[in-house]
Design a protein around this ligand. Structure first.
Ligand SMILES: Nc1ncnc2c1ncn2[C@@H]1O[C@H](COP(=O)(O)OP(=O)(O)OP(=O)(O)O)[C@@H](O)[C@H]1O
Ligand SMILES: CC(C)(CO)[C@@H](O)C(=O)NCCC(=O)O
Length: 341
């Protein structure tokens, strides 16, 4: 005990730390340095003081239109600094692009900066994506931001039915993944005009004769459950490209599954008074349900479709995101993890 150079001496401790960081003995036990820098809510709020930012009245008016439950101080503390960080990434990526073009003797051409937003059904992906779109548009390097959801790349219901997948919406096989990949690749390549199909939650199907057209924006945000999924094995046994190979940045919106289930059920109950009640709604029969019937129906859809998909195909992609936003029970962001390696 206490012998210099013994098992518990400072030297030995240092050696064991080195072994850990060298991936020595501890590698065998599964130790791996985390690629993320982890900040709790207070750390992130402190960052904001170092980069003073305020929303103008005009910003507040636009953002309020995104949803009545949005909290402005949450937006100022969490999403506004995030949009600033992203605008720096856009500038940095543009710089790298110019250096590469100069090196190759090419004419530098700006291509859109592509951001993926992933996470469970009902976790708040589209709200996050819309907040980022509005906030990014404030910064000089990113005035033109376009937003596309991968819902448009679901196969039409007739095709899903033919494939026996009508009750698997959201699972990887329910999307036309080739079309989605081609769309993102073309936008990233700087094509003047790229078209994507449109899905309607009201008719529960792809809308014929409707499309979104993306015109070389400064930033494209691609939002969907599946945007961080690994490439699929091709028939010739090789792996192709994944959508995320074209991303410059990605955000995974995360929360405890019990909170997400509750948000899903609450939104379902609310939809009875709005979307489900419309004559053109595919789910008209839900509008007349009592609270209890609606709650049971939502729980069944959650348990049989959305939760199994979250566990098998969505949560498994979280470690590939550049940034993970973790939300508490009221949608408040409690933790931010940013890739540093
Ligand atoms: N930051 C937030 N603050 C308060 N409420 C929020 C926030 N983000 C989302 N919500 C609420 O949570 C619910 C789900 O949000 P949203 O529609 O953005 O989820 P989503 O992940 O895009 O869902 P889906 O995959 O089903 O389209 C909505 O009722 C929305 O109003
Ligand atoms: C369209 C998706 C997959 C994603 O937004 C989702 O909203 C959905 O419909 N999930 C399947 C549940 C159902 O079929 O009602």
């Amino acid at each position: 005990m206490g012998r210099v150079g013994g098992r518990h001496s400072p030297d030995a401790l240092l050696r064991s730390r080195r072994a850990r960081s060298n991936g020595g003995a501890f590698a065998a036990a599964g130790y791996m340095p985390s690629p993320y820098l982890e900040l709790d809510r207070e750390d992130w709020a402190r960052l904001r003081r170092a980069h003073p930012l305020v929303l103008t009245d005009e910003d507040v008016a636009r953002l309020t239109g995104l949803g009545e439950s949005l909290n402005m101080s949450e937006i100022e503390e969490v999403y506004l600094p995030l949009s600033r960080l992203l605008s720096y990434y856009v500038e940095g990526t543009g710089h790298l692009h110019r250096i590469t073009s100069n090196f190759l003797g090419d004419r530098p051409e700006r291509t859109p900066f592509v951001i993926g937003v992933a996470g469970s059904v009902a976790v708040g992906k589209s709200t996050t994506a819309r907040l980022l779109r509005e906030l990014l548009a404030r910064w000089p390097s990113t005035p033109r931001v376009e937003l596309v959801t991968t819902d448009g790349f679901l196969f039409p219901n007739a095709e899903l039915e033919r494939r026996g997948l009508l009750h698997r919406k959201g699972f990887p096989e329910s999307y036309d993944q080739r079309a989605l990949l081609r769309f993102v690749a073309e936008v990233k390549a700087g094509s003047e005009e790229v078209r994507a199909p449109v899905y309607s939650h009201l008719s529960y199907d792809i809308v014929r004769d409707q499309e979104v057209v993306v015109h070389r924006p400064d930033v494209l945000i691609v939002e969907g459950l599946n945007v961080l999924q690994a490439p699929r094995m091709r028939e010739d046994g090789r792996t192709g490209l994944a959508v995320s190979d074209f991303f410059d940045f990605s955000v995974y919106v995360d929360a405890n599954v019990n909170h997400i289930r509750r948000w899903y059920v609450e939104r379902f109950l609310q939809l009875r008074q709005t979307a489900f009640a419309k004559p053109e709604s595919y789910f008209r029969r839900y509008a007349a349900m009592t609270d209890e019937e609606a709650r049971d129906t939502a729980e069944v859809i959650w348990r049989t479709i959305n939760e199994p998909n979250l566990m098998a195909n969505v949560l498994t992609t979280r470690g590939r995101a550049t940034l993970v936003l973790t939300k508490g029970p009221d949608h408040q962001v409690t933790r931010v993890r940013l890739r540093k390696l």
